[in-house]
Structure formats: C-alpha cells, structure tokens
Design a protein around this ligand. Structure first.
Ligand SMILES: Cc1cc2nc3c(=O)[nH]c(=O)nc-3n(C[C@H](O)[C@H](O)[C@H](O)COP(=O)(O)OP(=O)(O)OC[C@H]3O[C@@H](n4cnc5c(N)ncnc54)[C@H](O)[C@@H]3O)c2cc1C
Length: 453
C-alpha cells in the first residue's frame, strides 16, 4: 500500500479504464469494479469474417486531442486511421426521399450559400431566413433549449431537417430538452460575440486549414484501445452495490463483500453513482440521479455487394423525427472508414432508440432486424437479405445535457469536492465523446496522484 492508500474505481468504461491506467503507471494500487463480464462499457469491437464490427462508438473527433494522446502513449499510433472525408456525403430523409446534406453545412449552419440555395432540403422561406441570419448582431441569452436556439436563428424547418436529425445522431437526444449552452457551447459563444453563426463560421472556415481527418479510429477497432488499457488495470468483475462512509474513507460492497477505499472514482453512469452515493451526500446523490439518460440499439447487417440492390447513400442517412418510424439513422460503414469492410461486402449500421424511445430495446433481435429491413426497403429500395446480422443494445448509456445542466453541474462539483477522496468521471458531466471521457478519467487519477502524501 502506498501513502495514497487504496483507490476503488466503479465502472470499467473508457473513463474508468483511463483512470486505472494512470494510477497503475504512478504505482498507486487500485481496484476497478465492473459489473459486466467485459470491460469497455459501450466500446466493443467484434470481428465477423473479414469485417470489423463496432458495437457502440466507431470513432472519435480528431479536434479533441485526449484520445490521440492516450493512443500515442499506448504505442498504438501506427494503427490509427482517419475517416474518408473526401467520400463524406450524408443524406437526410425528406418526404420519403433522401436529400443530400448541402456541402459546407456545419451542423445546421449553412456556410456555403450556393449549395444551400440549390438544395431541396429546406424551402425558400427558410433559405431567406438563413440569409437574414447573416446580419444578426451579438446577443446574450439565458440557457435555452437547442430547439429555441436553432429556431431563433434559422427557423423551424432548420430544426426539423438539420439540427434535430444531426443531434439525434450524436446524443440520441431531444432538442426541446437539450441545453444549447452545454451541447453547443461554441455556437453560444459565437452568438454572444458575433451574433450570426453563419458569418462567424464562414470567417473561421476562410482562415482554417483542414489537414486532419474529421474522425479517427483504430484499424482493428476501438476495442484495441480498451484491451491495451485493460491490460494495465486491476479489474474485479462484480457490481458495486453500496457505498458507506468509514471515518474519512469509504467502504464499498461488491457482490456482498465490503472493500475499503481511501479514494473513490465514480466512473459509472450518473444514475448509478447517484444510487450508490446516498449515504455519502444525499443532495449530491439526487443531483446525479436527475441527469437523464437515453438508450439505443444498433442493428448491424452485412450484405454481399453483388446482391445489394438498394440505393448507395454515401456515408449514410438520417431520418428526422418528423419523418421517423423507428429507424433514426443508418451508416454505410465501408464508406466512412477504410479497413472495415472488404470490397465484396457492404455493412450497414442501423440506429434505433433515442429520447422517449426506450421501448425499442425490448424488441427481439429478429424483430429489430425485421424493422430495419422493412425501413431500408422503403428508404433505399433494398430487398437483398443480409448474410450476417448482429444486434447491440445500450440501455441508459447516453447522458443528456438538458437545459440547466451547467447550473446542476456546478452544484454537483461543489458537493463532490466537499467529500475528500471522491472523484467523478464519465460522460455525464463535461462531454459525452470518447476524448471527453478519457479526459475526466485522467483528471480523476491526476487529482489522486497529486495529493500530498
Ligand atoms: C451507441 C453509441 C455510439 C457512440 N458513438 C460515439 C462515437 O462514435 N464517438 C464518440 O466519441 N463517442 C460516441 N459515443 C459516446 C461515448 O462512446 C460514451 O459517452 C463513452 O464511451 C462513455 O464512457 P464512460 O466510461 O463514461 O461510460 P460507459 O462506457 O457507459 O461505462 C460505464 C461502465 O460502468 C459500469 N457500471 C455501471 N454501474 C456499475 C456498478 N454499480 N458497479 C460496477 N460497474 C458499473 C457499466 O457496466 C459500464 O461498463 C457513443 C455512445 C453510444 C452508446
């Protein structure tokens, strides 16, 4: 035992594993408690024949450095691949047809007027409104929903056919609930300092040189990252069932047995941390439980390229909620990244779930495949039968930063910092992407390592 004492990490997703990695490197004893038989949380890679199948996330944003930095430290830089941005074309369903996302659209903000003007995705009223947005002056608002923000800048149609489907793809969230300040802080800053988002982004685009791919991943899948981290972690598979104070330290019940901890890293979802921390700080526990989560399911299907009789829809398509039955989005995996699918096959990833649609998770595998195939037949005209299918379900896995998240987070941080030895990490707080989760895990480890001994 070192002078730092024993650390217990609850949750073996990327946040918990990143914390364990740094603690192990610093020689600080830790135990990572993971309730599933495998670590990685929502990150899992499977292989079928020569296809690499991502069950959850498939990549990370290049613009956020934390994932690349960790990958470099793990000696995996040689395995990094970038998204095929030259082939990047996204479609959005409108009146049962797939319409190409106009070039130069950053999220829902048009930065190339000619392509937006020529697009049938939105009508002339919206196009005129987009043009007028260019002349807005700086404004400051209280935290408001993404829906209010987008409608205010570009009108309702932009919300329905651009913002909502694009954000559903990232958050599985409801824009009427999501906080613009927490989800799109960069846009709020542009509104505050410049007013027009279109003008601000056009100016930024003019000066920026894009040399790196938008997304990066690992050749054999993100599971490699998990495996490398797990090799360093001291993992105990079991469920953290209760946590109690013990003088100035803690004890954690894992599958009926109590374990002592001087430091606790809560790297499980906030709803789970909230259930566990009632005896430590009841207000903190209830604040954590207030963070909503959405669920999702992915149906992955592999087709023989020679039999694929549907429309080839670029990198994939999004179905806006105004047009949605069950399918939210579909990715053509081989168009997004190299090394995923051989040329004689086509892999589609179909996404279900999102805000208010947990019921889809209770559909059987066969039924999810049947739903996906029926919708693909309508949207792409695809009748071919897949030669392989796989289903992944991610219940209550995606934290939702709803209006007021910033204020709630401040209160959470103030309560957590008042409990010596308690650290929070994971996707519930300051970013849901993989780089954000790595950052929070490593910050938790760093604050333990930096403690005076
Ligand atoms: C389908 C999907 C696609 C995504 N795509 C992308 C993407 O392409 N790029 C990107 O950057 N991000 C993506 N994300 C988001 C990102 O992957 C996640 O936010 C991130 O991986 C979450 O990591 P985490 O460690 O916070 O939590 P998790 O991965 O959820 O891990 C938490 C772990 O805690 C464990 N646990 C919970 N309670 C207990 C308990 N009581 N005792 C013990 N263990 C417990 C769970 O079993 C789980 O393993 C995606 C998310 C999903 C669901």
């Amino acid at each position: 035992m070192t002078a730092h004492g024993q650390v217990i990490i609850v949750g073996g997703g990327i946040a918990g594993l990143s914390a364990a990695y740094d603690l192990a490197n610093a020689g600080i004893p830790h135990t990572l408690i993971e309730k599933q038989p495998r670590v990685g949380g929502v990150i899992e890679t499977r292989q079928w024949e020569d296809c690499v199948m991502e069950c959850g996330p498939d990549s990370f944003l290049s613009a956020k450095p934390e994932a690349m930095k960790l990958i470099q430290e793990l000696g995996l830089s040689g395995d990094v691949i970038g998204s095929k941005d030259d082939e990047r074309v996204t479609y959005i369903q409108r009146q049962r047809k797939l319409v190409r996302l106009p070039e130069g659209t950053t999220m829902f903000v048009p930065t190339r007027p000619s392509s937006m003007l020529a697009s049938p995705l939105v009508g002339w009223g919206t196009k005129i409104r987009m043009g007028l947005e260019f002349f807005r002056g700086p404004e400051t608002h209280r935290d408001r929903s993404v829906s209010e923000f987008v409608t205010d800048h570009f009108g309702r149609e932009t919300l329905d056919y651009l913002a909502e489907p694009l954000l559903s793809g990232v958050y599985g969230g409801d824009p009427d609930q999501l906080s613009v300040a927490s989800v799109l802080p960069r846009f709020v800053e542009m509104e505050r300092t410049q007013g027009s988002l279109a003008r601000a982004l056009m100016a930024a685009r003019g000066s920026a040189k894009r040399s790196e791919p938008l997304f990066r991943t690992l050749k054999s899948g993100l599971g490699c990252l998990v495996d490398r981290l797990a090799a360093k972690a001291n993992v105990v598979h079991g469920t953290a069932e209760a946590i109690q104070p013990q003088g100035s330290t803690f004890r954690v019940r894992v599958n009926g047995d109590w374990m002592d901890a001087d430091h606790l890293v809560m790297a499980c979802p906030a709803w789970s941390a909230g259930e566990l921390l009632c005896d430590i700080d009841s207000r903190l526990a209830s604040l954590l439980r207030m963070i909503p989560y959405t669920s999702s399911a992915i149906a992955q299907m592999v087709f023989r390229a020679s039999e694929f009789d549907g429309q080839h829809a670029g990198t994939g398509f999004l179905v806006p909620r105004t047009e949605r039955k069950q399918l939210m989005a579909c990715t053509f995996v081989g168009t997004k990244f190299p090394y995923r699918v051989p040329v004689d096959k086509i892999t589609l990833r179909c996404f279900f779930g999102g805000a208010g649609n947990d019921a889809v998770l209770s559909e059987s595998d066969d039924s999810l495949i049947a739903i996906a195939r029926a919708e693909l037949r309508t949207i792409l005209g695809l009748t071919a039968a897949p030669i392989f299918t796989d289903i992944y379900r991610w219940p209550r896995s995606m934290a939702q930063y709803v209006v007021g998240h910033g204020a709630r987070l401040k209160e959470i941080e103030s309560h957590a910092s008042a409990v010596p030895g308690l650290h929070l990490a994971g996707n519930a707080y300051t970013g849901i992407g993989i780089p954000d989760c790595i950052r929070t895990g490593r910050q938790a480890a760093s604050s333990i390592i930096r403690q005076p001994v």
